[in-house]
Design a protein around this ligand. Structure first.
Ligand code: PGA
Length: 266
């Protein structure tokens, strides 16, 4: 048994205006209890971070940015820096496959964003995973290896504690018409990811790092991932916009942490 705290991340993507975001948080707050052993992280749009940072109970929810730019300031029209987000968020999602694929984010840019987040005391939720084409070509391990080696190349052993990794391959994401990874597929990839971290930073680091799964997770499928040995949580896209579904997923994580066998209360 390890003491890695489970994390459930809700990635709201480009959905919900400020008012709608506030309403969703309100509804979630009514259903979700404060869980010492489960972190609940919400990633609303950039615009909603400021108002939500004053609305949330920080014992219950933490906020994550979905993206930011790696320079702290400067002439970068349209960008927001990690430095500007420092007081608002605990986490930042970096390297999501929508950013890698739709916005052509390179391995080097992702590496620089990870470093910028850490420099500004924000924990990177670093997403890694292969495209459908790479998956079909049998290149998954090579892609994961490269994304981890580059993404973490400026991360010291000391800072690694702040990093969360997500196996979130493009072929499993609803946006890309994906199908959920079968639990054994997710487990094999997550084990490989942990092994890569061990190879780079030593066995203890590999044991301590939190590794999540993301891709078409909903309240019916979450448990099968959450109970996998070595899976420390899930990153939820579409289903995180539904307060009943998302709070059910959080509840399942809590039950598993407590060792309950019973069904969810919701
Ligand atoms: P999805 O998104 O749950 O809607 O497939 C997953 C993700 O953003 O990683």
């Amino acid at each position: 048994m390890t003491n890695r705290k489970k994390i459930i991340v809700g990635n709201w993507k480009m959905h919900l205006n400020v008012q709608e975001s506030s309403l969703l948080v309100h509804r979630l707050a009514e259903r979700i209890r404060t869980h010492r052993d489960v972190e609940v992280v919400l990633a609303p749009s950039m615009l909603s971070l400021q108002p939500l940072s004053t609305q949330i109970d920080r014992r219950k929810f933490k906020l994550a940015a979905q993206n930011a730019y790696f320079q702290d300031e400067g002439a970068f029209t349209g960008e927001v820096s990690f430095a500007m987000l420092q007081d608002l968020v605990h986490y930042a999602i970096i390297g999501h496959s929508e950013r890698r694929v739709i916005f052509n984010e390179s391995l080097d840019l992702v590496r620089d964003k990870v470093a910028a987040a850490l420099r500004n005391d924000i924990s990177p939720i670093l997403c890694i995973g292969e495209t459908k084409h790479e998956h079909d070509q049998g290149e998954s391990r090579q892609v994961l290896h490269d994304q981890i080696a580059t993404g973490l190349s400026n991360v010291t052993a000391e800072d690694l504690d702040m990093v969360v990794l997500v196996y979130e391959p493009q072929w499993t994401i609803t946006t890309f018409n994906g199908r959920p990874a079968k639990p054994h597929e997710a487990k094999a990839a997550m084990d490989f990811i942990r092994q890569q971290v061990s190879d780079l930073y030593g066995h203890a680091a590999g044991e301590n790092i939190r590794v999540l799964y993301g891709g078409s997770v909903n309240h019916e499928t979450a448990r099968a991932y959450l109970e996998l040995e070595g899976c420390d949580g899930v990153l939820v896209g579409g289903a995180s916009l539904n307060y009943v579904a998302f709070s059910t997923i959080v509840d399942k994580a809590y039950q598993l942490q407590r060792g309950d066998e019973g069904e969810s209360r919701v």
